[in-house]
Design a protein around this ligand. Structure first.
Ligand code: SAM
Length: 217
């Protein structure tokens, strides 16, 4: 293999180690009110959140959903997210899953993910969206938020051509993670080839927001 499996394992290990310091990014100006976006997006019904992290979006989604199921691969992230939702007096179901082998067991009106798509390598893009298709009810939609192409300037590219960047944690350890800088128009076109009708737009502050529906449903 080309080492993709070990790269993806390393990416999850990085996020497990980062969980206690992850929320600091939400103190930065660009992120501080970003989760307000949820209220502008078509989120409702039974909601599935993928790669929920520490629950910054989860807590907002829980207030909008009839029922929310939140999935992440890192138990350390799920613990923080669970506490955040409970502290808000809300409820959600949490599940630990590896999204690169995950196959949905149920269908939802809304499938949501924030800052996850940019960590899905090109080789897994189609398989990921095929799995997502299996989680969407007829008439349902996928809603996502991510960094835009300009974000490239804020990251350190890793050597090689794997679309990866280097990240450092507070303990000094350095980690290579997948990071794609999706352009809104290119992403919408890529999704169209996979059978999705997607509207992907720039959002304030260097982000993109997307809403995708299966074209034939
Ligand atoms: N959605 C959250 C947010 O917007 O704050 C977290 C986004 S964070 C950039 C990426 C998340 O993906 C982390 O919580 C990490 O644990 C999770 N993750 C990484 N690899 C994963 C995998 N293979 N399966 C499931 N989750 C994974």
């Amino acid at each position: 293999s080309d080492g993709l499996e070990s790269l993806l394992d390393g990416q999850l290990a990085y996020y497990r180690a980062r969980a206690p310091e992850y929320d600091e990014v939400y103190g930065e100006r660009a992120f501080r009110s970003l989760t307000d976006l949820v209220d502008e997006l078509p989120v409702g019904g039974d909601v599935l959140e993928l790669a929920c992290g520490t629950g910054q979006w989860t807590v907002r989604l829980a207030g909008r959903a009839d029922h929310l199921t939140a999935v992440d691969g890192a138990p350390e992230m799920l613990d923080i997210a669970r506490r955040r939702v409970e502290a808000a007096g809300l409820t959600a179901t949490f599940e630990q899953r590896d999204l690169f082998s995950w196959r949905p067991q149920a269908r939802y009106d809304t499938v949501f993910f924030a800052f996850w798509l940019s960590h899905v390598p090109p080789q897994r893009f189609a398989a990921f969206w095929a799995a997502v298709a299996g989680a969407v009810r007829p008439g349902g939609r996928v809603v996502f938020v991510d960094t835009d192409a300009a974000e490239r300037l804020t990251e350190r590219a890793a050597p090689g051509d794997r679309a990866t960047v280097l990240r450092r944690l507070k303990d000094g350890s350095e980690h290579e993670v997948v990071k794609l800088f999706h352009d809104a128009a290119v992403l919408a076109a890529d999704l169209a080839k996979l059978g999705w009708t997607a509207q992907v737009d720039p959002a304030d502050g260097g982000f993109i927001r997307g809403v995708a529906r299966l074209t034939d449903r």
